[in-house]
Design a protein around this ligand. Structure first.
Ligand code: ADP
Ligand code: ADP
Length: 225
């Protein structure tokens, strides 16, 4: 379990800043939701943490490490995107094993870990299927299993359930809370869905137009008289 600290992160894609002086922490084992309207800079913050873009200014610290010195693939970060990019030609088990193979986890342990992950997301028995043989919700559970298979110290979720209908979204939220209780991975979830943020997160970081406007618990943000 590691603490994530985002300090003064600023980024532009060329013209004016997409995000300016963004600062917040995610305590070890905590779920924080990054919430705000489309275009406010949520994905940009996530990309900077994941190492997909290099911020113009600021620091991102994970545990004791300044991520500026650590490549994207060595950061120990699991990611889930809205358009769950499962490898279509690989089975569910192979998809989940992929990051483990990259980390050179031995074959026997890899197999055990895949079974453990399948059970965790309640897809026992689905290991030999191809992604296209699963429903959207099941595919997204595979994406979550793949993201946590290598035991990341940080989990980043970018609108993970946005493409799903309401009932499935609720199922997966319950699933995620269950995982969080079991594994306690430090988690940052990007969403524009207030209800989702409220039901999942310990704390909210509210963004608007590239800035952080408020950081507080869901209760303090929404239940004020
Ligand atoms: P959000 O995730 O909150 O919808 P983004 O981080 O995607 O916001 O975008 C923040 C701002 O940066 C927006 O104005 C968006 O148009 C701009 N932006 C995002 N990605 C790019 C890109 N690849 N090139 C240029 N501008 C971008
Ligand atoms: P989201 O809001 O879910 O982050 P968007 O629909 O804003 O996604 O953006 C989808 C893709 O388009 C992203 O890869 C982003 O980098 C890119 N993008 C967003 N805004 C711009 C922009 N103004 N110019 C170029 N690319 C952009």
């Amino acid at each position: 379990r590691k603490r994530l600290s985002v300090r003064g992160v600023t980024h532009s894609y060329g013209g004016q800043n997409a995000v300016s002086d963004i600062s917040f922490d995610v305590e070890a084992g905590e779920i924080v939701a990054l919430l705000g309207p489309s275009g406010c800079g949520k994905s940009t913050v996530l990309r900077a943490i994941a190492g997909l873009i290099q911020p113009k200014a600021g620091k991102i610290i994970l545990g004791d490490d300044d991520l500026a010195h650590i490549s994207a693939r060595s950061r120990g970060i699991g990611m889930v995107f809205q358009n769950y990019a499962l490898f279509p030609h690989l089975t569910v088990s192979e998809n989940i094993a992929y990051p483990l193979a990259c980390q050179k986890v031995p074959r026997v342990e890899r197999k055990a870990r895949v079974e453990e992950m399948l059970a965790l997301v309640r897809l026992d028995g689905y290991g030999n299927r191809l992604p296209r043989e699963l429903s959207g919700g099941q595919q997204q559970r595979v994406a979550v299993a793949r993201a946590i298979a290598a035991r990341p110290s940080l989990l980043l979720l970018d609108e993970p359930f946005g493409a799903l209908d309401r009932a499935l979204r609720f199922d997966l939220q319950v699933e995620l809370l269950h995982l969080q209780k079991t594994l306690g991975i430090t988690t940052l979830i990007v969403t524009h869905d207030q209800e989702e943020a409220q039901s999942l997160a310990n704390r909210l970081v509210l963004m608007n137009k590239g800035n952080v406007e408020q950081i507080d618990t869901p209760m303090a943000v929404y239940d004020r008289p």
